[in-house]
Design a protein. Structure first.
Lengths: 341, 438
């Protein structure tokens, strides 16, 4: 059975490569399969985690659902493949997953050396510090001589070394393996400061018995643009993922929400940009090989960017992150979707 | 004599003095404590330190367990309930996470309306191993044990029944193949035929035939993807398949390593040393990462299956060495006795050597089994959601972030039950097979 499937796939891929090179091969595979294989983290608060019914939820998961909505018209048609820091890139380059949405920092070497294509940024993160309030520290510049809990083998370790060296400060690292261990060590007083991505710090602080006894210092010492990525070799597929993310961001900018998107898509409205986005004017969908209502389906999957943010990591959730850099450019943030034209 | 006797008579006591209690320091609990706990000043100090330590541990654990909260929606809710019931900051275990997620910890993401399938598989597993473990159970049941592995795979993964029936049919074809081959030419050809015919059947006849039968008569269960398998069920599947497969493979490897046939000897040694010389985690990464590159794109070679194969190979290398130890412990005379009876190699092994060698190796074999079972938690590193992986995933939800001990205690208890049962069974078996009169 397996050999025949294999031969069939070989033949099919040969045919598609021969006939239509404009049509995305990955898109074809996904549509034939009927499900999107999406790599997510095995568990990161607010970004991806299974609920008690076994359904995956979170900020990264929402990206997968939006792409599934755009491509298949069904946000539930996603196979979530839990990946670890070690397995994520192999899973993507070997074709086990179609898209990786796993709080992965966009760096030069990952983009070029590992042959991936980052399709945008869904969360601008940065490395921060958390410290007990009684220590009376209000700035990272006052951390000279501190003991610091740090996860080994991550970019945060290198950022920390860089930051302390450039500020002529000394520190004593307490190496730890996982975030769970770090929380325990920090609470037990094994280190004065814990450093990791600011979103992780916020999620960690939310779990403490008394969150108000700990402060997150204002300094952010690194840039961590997190985004979904696909592998090289299928630019059309990369475009689909990129513009799905852009559609979510643009939808927030133009006030299209999961509540009103169907109304707005039912007739041509006043805003031509919204009309093009929602497919009531022009045929942007056809240009990326999708239906005209692809963006409507993507927005229906979980709402626009702002709704997804608020539901999973926003200020009303226990994680309680402010929009900050992740606000629209009109609100002083960095989110800036290119025009739909 | 009588004179003396007459003189002493007045001094002879006619009734015995009633027996006195031994002094308080020489009886009961006090004596036991003096002998065992306070026999010297050094032991006394150690005893006091030990008791203080035990008391300290209990003082921390007992209130924590006693104040357990079993029903709450999240860790925050747990803390609120605790503050309301036991006062703010009181030690309290929040086992509500187990109440909320025990199904996930046990069965992963298996669809809840199909829970009867893994449960049935587990019950049937008990029925299937009973005749293997206990000689008192009816021998007829061994037939069921033989069919069970295929039945288990079908129950858990589902799909139409035809491929599974045809796999069994393939095994069944091996029997006539052996008879015909053995009768026509030689027993060796019979063995070759018994191996080759089923494989040829599975490779060439099974795919089209099962496809045709499945489309004509789609009888079967709803298919469940491997990705839905998780939690303790995944550990159990990997562990049990590894255990069941590594013992026969290990025996063959141990015999191969002792073989005088240079090719078999070399292959066995190379396999054992290679498998044993590399950490299991490397083999797991090989299974999950490297094979993806080696296999042609589009092939779906199930990750769980790959992991089971790797774990089995790894365990069988250890098993081979354990059994080789048993073989080496047998006196040379046993081999010579078998030869002098005119038994051929397989009969000598089956009737004389292996029964003794395996009996000697029981503690080592069970040791390897237990080690293998616990090593299954390493699959967390390749992204499979075994209980440890699920505990991380559960902790990643905003409801349960920050909860540790309760999850680990639950998982530890599950593993302890299985490993302790294996250990007790091996002691029972050793007792039963003890033939010397020590």
């Amino acid at each position: 059975m397996k050999t025949s499937v294999f031969l069939g796939v070989l033949a099919a891929s040969g045919l598609t490569a021969g006939i239509a090179s404009a049509q995305s091969e990955t898109l074809q595979e996904v549509q034939d399969r009927g499900t999107l294989n999406c790599g997510v983290s095995t568990g990161l608060t607010g970004f991806s985690s299974p609920n008690s019914n076994g359904e995956w939820e979170g900020f990264d998961v929402a990206v997968c659902r939006a792409v599934a909505g755009a491509v298949l018209g069904d946000p539930q048609a996603v196979e979530f493949v839990p990946t670890t820091g070690q397995t994520r890139f192999t899973a993507l380059s070997s074709g086990e997953i179609d898209i990786l949405a796993r709080n992965t920092t966009w760096t030069f070497s990952r983009d070029n050396d590992l042959k991936f294509e980052f399709t945008g940024v869904n969360y601008y993160d940065g490395q921060g510090f958390i410290i007990p309030k009684d220590l009376g520290v209000s700035s990272a510049k006052e951390l000279d001589g501190a003991t610091v809990c740090i996860q080994t083998g991550t970019t945060t370790e290198l950022n920390l070394a860089d930051y302390f060296r450039s500020n002529n400060m000394e520190y004593e690292p307490v190496p730890i393996e996982t975030n769970a261990e770090a929380q325990q060590q920090y609470l037990a007083g094994a280190c004065d400061v814990y450093t990791t991505d600011a979103s992780g710090l916020a999620a960690t602080r939310a779990t403490f018995e008394d969150p108000s006894a700990h402060v997150i210092l204002p300094e952010i010492i690194s840039k961590e643009p997190l985004g979904p990525l696909v592998r090289h070799g299928d630019n059309e597929w990369g475009d689909i993922v990129r513009w799905t993310l852009n559609a979510l961001i643009a939808a927030e900018e133009y006030g299209v929400t999961s509540a009103n998107v169907q109304d707005m898509a039912s007739a041509t409205g006043d805003n031509p940009e919204v009309n093009r986005l929602l497919g009531t004017e022009g045929d942007l969908g056809a240009m990326i090989g999708l239906d005209a209502d692809w963006a409507v389906q993507a927005i229906l999957a979980g709402g626009n960017y702002g709704e997804i943010f608020e539901r999973n990591i926003g200020e009303t959730t226990p994680v309680g992150l402010a929009r900050g850099l992740n606000a629209q450019w009109t609100d002083g943030g960095l989110l800036y979707a290119p025009p739909f034209r | 004599m009588s004179e003396m006797n007459a003189q002493t008579v007045p001094y002879v006591r006619e009734s015995m003095v009633p027996q006195a209690e031994p002094p308080v320091t020489e009886r009961g609990a006090v004596k036991w404590m003096r002998e065992n706990l306070f026999s010297s000043w050094f032991n006394a100090i150690l005893t006091i330190i030990g008791l203080a330590f035990v008391a300290w541990v209990l003082m921390h654990i007992v209130p924590w367990l006693w104040n357990s909260i079993w029903f709450a929606g999240s860790l925050t809710a747990c803390r609120e309930i605790r503050d309301a019931t036991w006062g703010a900051g009181a030690p309290s275990a929040c086992f509500a996470v187990i109440t909320d997620r025990w199904q996930q910890l046990l069965l992963g993401f298996y669809p809840s309306e199909l829970y009867w399938r893994p449960i049935t598989a587990l019950v049937l597993f008990g029925v299937a191993v009973a005749p293997v473990l206990f000689t008192r159970v009816s021998r007829q049941l061994l037939w069921f044990s033989a069919v069970y592995p295929v039945a288990m795979v079908w129950l858990l993964w589902g799909g139409t029944i035809w491929p599974y029936l045809l796999v069994i049919a393939g095994f069944a074809l091996g029997v006539p193949a052996y008879r015909i081959g053995a009768k026509a030419v030689s027993p060796l050809l019979g063995v070759v035929a018994a191996i080759a015919v089923p494989i040829l059947f599975w490779v060439f006849v099974l795919p089209p035939l099962s496809g045709a039968l499945s489309s004509a008569l789609p009888i079967g269960l709803e298919a469940v993807p491997s990705r839905a398998m998780g939690g303790f069920m995944l550990s159990f599947i990997i562990g049990v398949s590894g255990i069941a497969l590594s013992l026969p493979l290990g025996i063959l490897l141990a015999l191969g390593r002792q073989s005088h046939l240079i090719f078999i000897h070399a292959v066995s040694v190379a396999f054992i040393e290679l498998m044993r010389g590399v950490p299991l985690i490397v083999w797991l990464f090989t299974a999950s990462l490297l094979l993806n590159y080696f296999l042609p794109p589009g092939t779906t070679f199930d990750l769980t299956l790959r992991v089971v194969i790797m774990v089995t190979f790894f365990a069988s290398a250890y098993m081979a060495e354990v059994i080789r130890g048993g073989l080496a412990a047998l006196p040379r005379g046993q081999y010579e006795a078998a030869d002098s009876l005119g038994l051929d190699y397989w009969k000598a092994m089956r009737l004389i050597i292996l029964p003794q060698a395996l009996k000697i190796s029981i503690p080592g074999i069970v040791n390897t089994f237990i080690g293998l079972f616990k090593d299954t938690t390493l699959v967390v590193f390749i992204g499979l959601l075994d209980p440890i992986g699920l505990s991380n995933a559960i902790r990643a939800t905003t409801d349960w972030n920050g909860i540790y001990w309760e999850l680990f205690i639950f998982i530890g208890a599950l593993f302890f039950i299985c490993c302790f049962a294996m250990s007790r069974y091996s002691m029972y078996l050793e007792q039963k097979l003890r033939t010397d009169h020590r």
